[in-house]
Design a binder for this molecule. Sequence first.
Ligand code: PRP
Ligand code: URA
Length: 211
Amino acid sequence: MHMQNVVVMEHPLIRHKITILRKTSTGHKEFCELVEEISMLMAYEATRDLPLKDIEIETPLTKTMQKVIEGKKLCAVPVLRAGLGMVDGIRTLIPNAKVGHIGLYRDHDTLQPVEYYCKLPSDISERLVIVLDPMLATGGSVAAAVDLIKARGAKNIKLMSIVAAPEGIKCVTDRHPDITLYVGAVDEGLNENGYIVPGLGDAGDRLFGTQ
Ligand code: PRP
Ligand code: URA
């Protein structure tokens, strides 16, 4: 495992909110709000190294050179469905981010990802791409999503996952050693059905009320 490419969130707000997210008693509305809030806090960490440029502005007192983020070069790519719950958190911080979508579901028997949708901005190769999927279990879905994004020419790719299993981190860092992973928590492992333990259950079902 290339742990040098993995940033595990230490911030007390993120840890606190993930604990509430895990609880069975946390209902649909609160679950959605927490995923959005955690995503916003994680985006703050994941954008720490965005390039800045100098611009001249006028304050009420004088002209001055100051820093702004260089260009509008970010693209968030949620992995459907559960990744959708993370988009608004990013957009709160970066309203101009473009959004691509990748539809993948995990076959219940084989646990292999099955692709059903892919729509990415045409200029994705020039952007920092942040892949969003709250659950990194076997890692198959995210690794396949990154394959699709790389096939469109993207070179600068990060992943944000709220809960990760060590198996998923290993899979993604082995297959894509060039990407940086931002994970909210690293859990114990997977159960016999490929669910993260202790985890939070099925993120898509809890976000969209389909359980
Ligand atoms: C979940 C989750 C991830 C995937 C993680 O999606 O949102 O995409 O499983 O599992 P993996 O790391 O083993 O691939 P799911 O297949 O349940 O689809 P859904 O979001 O449409 O419910
Ligand atoms: N997908 C989920 O939503 N939860 C898990 O624990 C594993 C995969």
